[in-house]
Design a protein. Structure first.
Length: 317
């Protein structure tokens, strides 16, 4: 076995990801990973092209393997990337930590690990879809494809903005507003379990607070999801001669005014205790009004946060 070259730093640490038959050494900060050119080249056009280049004079080597310095990359990010390449079941888990997804997005894009990148973005997109049908189909609680922790809703927005994954932002903003109902909470952020604080950048906070204000007004417009609180009246097909349908509407409006809440995408539940005295005909009309309002709100959701329309909201490749 040959000894390390003179150019190798003696302070480096050998990672547990060290294959004795590996043909290339990746170095992130002071940690080295011995892996295979074939695995890297199979999954990355960057490393495929790099493998074909002649080694420059003075290229550091270990046991004849070239040492590739991954300048600026975090050790944990590289570990998460290599785990995805060497252990496919790792990517098949129902939920992954956000740190893993973030690493796959950063390094997947930087080194063109296209499949790794696409799978990571898909996890963000699953919980933050671009269609109302997909939003309605989401199981609770949020998120589902990413392991939750206190403050994750803030960190998802930060990750999406930092990496120009714009299509997830409208829904991610809305999720945040549903989970944190006051403006004060948006400004405060949330303390993570390690004592650090999850919060938004100034620009993201501005978009979120402005969107909340617009949505709160829009949901009570005549074409909003809660517009029936103000504008709907029982029709000729109402079967409640005692006025209970109108009384229910008035009660819902009073309850909302006493404690305003964001309900721009909330559906109408005919079986809810507050709606039980509404006749079947009126329930049908209210359901239609609510459904129309939800569709129109969804269509405009990006605009509420100052973003381009859904059709123009593109992710960076």
């Amino acid at each position: 076995m040959s000894s390390p070259s003179a150019t190798e730093k003696t302070s480096t640490t050998r990672s547990t990801m060290w294959h004795s038959d590996g043909s290339v050494i990746l170095q992130a900060q002071d940690t080295q990973f011995r892996v295979h050119w074939s695995i890297l080249a199979l999954n990355s056009t960057f490393f495929r092209d790099l493998q074909g280049l002649p080694q420059p004079p003075g290229q550091p080597t270990i046991d004849g393997c070239p040492v590739i310095d991954l300048a600026g990359d975090d050790v944990a990010d590289v570990e998460y990337l290599l785990k995805a390449l060497y252990s496919p079941p790792f990517l098949c888990q129902k939920a992954l930590p956000l740190a893993v997804i973030a690493a796959h997005i950063r390094l997947g894009r930087k080194y063109d690990f296209r499949e790794v990148l696409d799978l990571a973005v898909e996890r963000l997109s699953f919980d933050n879809p671009t269609t109302l049908a997909e939003y309605d189909a989401l199981p609770a609680p949020y998120p589902t494809r990413i392991l939750p922790y206190d403050g994750i809703e803030f960190d998802i927005i930060t990750l999406a903005r930092e990496n120009a994954i714009m299509s997830v932002l409208p829904c991610a903003y809305y999720h945040l507003l549903i989970l944190h109902k006051t403006v004060d909470k948006l400004f405060e952020g949330v303390q993570r379990s390690n004592g650090s604080r999850a919060s938004l950048s100034l620009n993201a906070l501005r978009e979120c607070v402005s969107g909340r204000d617009k949505l709160m007004h829009a949901q009570l417009d005549q074409q909003g999801s809660c517009g029936w609180y103000r504008f709907w009246a029982p029709g000729s097909d109402c079967t409640n001669s005692n006025g209970r349908c109108a009384q229910t509407r008035d009660a819902r409006l009073r309850a909302y005014l006493d404690s305003p809440a964001l309900r721009a995408l909330a559906g109408f539940d005919p079986q809810h205790e507050a709606n039980k005295q509404v006749c079947s005909a009126c329930k049908h009309h209210i359901s239609q009004s609510n459904a129309d309002g939800r569709r129109k709100t969804w269509d405009r959701l990006p605009a509420f946060f100052g973003l381009p329309p859904w059709g123009e909201l593109k992710d960076q490749p």
